[in-house]
Write a protein that binds this ligand. Structure first.
Ligand SMILES: [Zn+2]
Length: 534
């Protein structure tokens, strides 16, 4: 028995090598041909004119965890009803998204995506563009970045991907096989419309098993983004995967289960119609430079700003700018996420590295322009979340010391050791020797004149080890996510996040007059403190 299974294993391995060699010689086209026939054959697939289904979608966000490098946060559970018209390439998705994080809420909206344009009817995010805020009822055209992203994701998961590849053999090239979980998957690369996908095939069935993109993640650098196809069902004369699990670097962050799949159910053309004013402002899909992971994962938590510039709304903001909020203190504003620059005698301290290394590069160069010959010496990261720490590499590259909260240094060490060859604005270098100071309780940065104090806000409901800053001479605090000063009116009473700030300020024994925020602007502290006990 043992001998038999060994022989079987050897012969299977040999046949795999044979398949792999044959497909390398054929440029991988035999793998595509096999997949097409495993899905019912070219004629059956070509007869598919529309595909409709319902699905449940569960998403987790690994870089909004409570603990740095810790368990992923459940982002939410959604349902979607989708329909695709194969001939025009149009897809409509009607969503009900129930978010758990950053706050429980439900967004009900529709996405319509064609080859030329993308459109959203309804509110799909807390980060809304000017057009979305002004439209009545709310609606907006998709940015070029989002359209490219949705198109790529629809393509990767398309039941007709193998057929499409078989019709465009010039876009298919053989790829080295990939071993996952002890299984060796023969693979091809498929390049189309600025997208680059690697399709891995099930060696046993020949069906597409996984479609991989090599993405850039602003925390983990070079990452793999796989849609794992499984639970194939016969629908009409074709076979369609009813399970789509999305893996970011091997961790499942999205689980999609399809039901009620039908093909060739007639769909009225107006279901795919984008209203004229939104078609007029729609942007063509970006051909390159798409930060796919930012766009996909900000949508996971309902905070995506659908703009051609990820840092700010191009419709309402001329860009990032420095705002002097106290002598020698600049608030970097104009975008969805802010930093704070504090001038010291011979150097600068920057709080937070939000969004991307593009934004960090902007901030570093603006700081240089304002304070000539004063280098950024410290980058204080209030917490590890991807949207406030994702631009840390540009600072590390500039030689800063990173100052971070309790229990986070090991995480940042790992992050800075990760390869980042696909970083859109930086060339890869060794950042693993960046010095990191971990703050326990309180830490003081001083030049003998000005003093900047850092306090770990413990406990707080947002992120373990979260830091707040305090510039003593100007009585100015800096806070991220726990409070967004000036972003809206204060609530009637303190919520758990605001309570942790008020308690933390008291415990620290500081007397801030104002706070500047990682979001929002600046606001007086007294009205917030006055809510205590209400
Ligand atoms: Zn956060």
């Amino acid at each position: 028995m043992k001998r038999f299974s060994m022989m079987l294993a050897v012969s299977l391995a040999v046949s795999l090598v044979v398949v792999a060699c044959a497909s390398m010689q054929s440029g991988g086209k035999d793998l595509v041909t096999r997949a097409v026939s495993a899905q019912g054959g070219a004629d059956a697939l070509a007869a598919v004119k529309t595909i409709s289904y319902k699905a449940t979608v569960r998403q987790w966000e690994p870089e909004q965890s409570a603990k740095a490098g810790g368990e992923m946060r459940l982002a939410g559970d959604s349902t979607v009803a989708a329909v695709t018209d194969v001939a025009t390439g149009a897809t409509r998705m009607d969503w009900v998204r129930n978010f758990q994080y950053p706050a429980p809420r439900t967004f009900t909206f529709t996405e319509i995506v064609t080859r030329e344009a993308g459109y959203v009817a309804g509110v799909d995010s807390n980060g809304r563009t000017k057009q979305s805020r002004e439209a009545n009822p709310p609606a907006h055209s998709m940015s070029s970045l989002r359209l490219a992203t949705v198109q790529r994701e629809l393509l990767a998961a398309s039941p007709l991907l193998a057929l499409e590849m078989s019709k465009s053999p010039d876009r298919v090239t053989a790829a080295p096989s990939v071993t996952i979980g002890g299984v060796q998957y023969p693979a091809v690369d498929y390049r189309v419309g600025g997208h680059s996908l690697t399709v891995l095939f099930d060696p046993a069935t020949g069906l597409p098993a996984r479609v991989r993109a090599l993405d850039y993640d602003n925390i983990w650098g070079d990452v793999t983004w796989d849609v794992v196809l499984a639970d194939w069902q016969t629908v009409g004369t074709t076979r369609i995967a009813t399970s789509r699990k999305y893996e970011l670097n091997g961790r499942t962050v999205m689980d999609v289960k399809l039901s009620d799949i039908t093909v060739n159910t007639p769909v009225a053309a107006d279901r795919f119609a984008i209203p004229a004013p939104f078609l007029a402002t729609a942007r063509p899909a970006a051909a390159a430079g798409v930060p796919y992971q930012w766009i996909i994962r900000r949508q996971f938590i309902g905070t995506y700003l659908d703009s051609d510039q990820p840092s700010y709304d191009t419709q309402s903001s001329p860009g990032l700018k420095l705002e002097e909020i106290a002598p020698g203190v600049q608030h970097v504003v104009g975008g969805s996420h802010n930093s704070l620059i504090v001038e010291m005698k011979d150097y600068l301290i920057v709080f937070d590295a939000p969004v991307s290394d593009w934004q960090s590069t902007w901030t570093i160069s603006a700081a240089r322009g304002k304070y000539v010959r004063k280098p950024v010496k410290y980058l204080v990261l209030t917490h590890h979340h991807m949207d406030h720490a994702g631009g840390l590499r540009a600072y590390a590259d500039a030689g800063v010391t990173i100052v971070a909260g309790q229990g986070t240094a090991e995480h940042y060490k790992k992050v800075l050791a990760a390869p980042f060859s696909r970083n859109p604005v930086m060339t890869a270098s060794d950042l693993s020797r960046t010095s990191i100071v971990e703050v326990t309780g309180k830490h003081v940065l001083t030049d003998g004149t000005r003093q900047v104090e850092l306090y770990v806000l413990d406990p707080n409901p947002h992120a373990d080890g979260l830091l707040i800053g305090y510039v003593t001479d100007v009585k100015l605090g800096f806070v991220t996510d726990i409070w967004s000063p000036g972003a809206g009116p204060l609530p009637d009473k303190l919520n758990p996040a605001l309570t942790s700030l008020v308690t933390g300020v008291k415990k620290a024994g500081i007397e801030p007059a104002k706070f500047a925020g990682g979001h929002g602007g600046t606001a007086d502290y007294a009205p917030l403190a006055a809510l205590e006990g209400k």
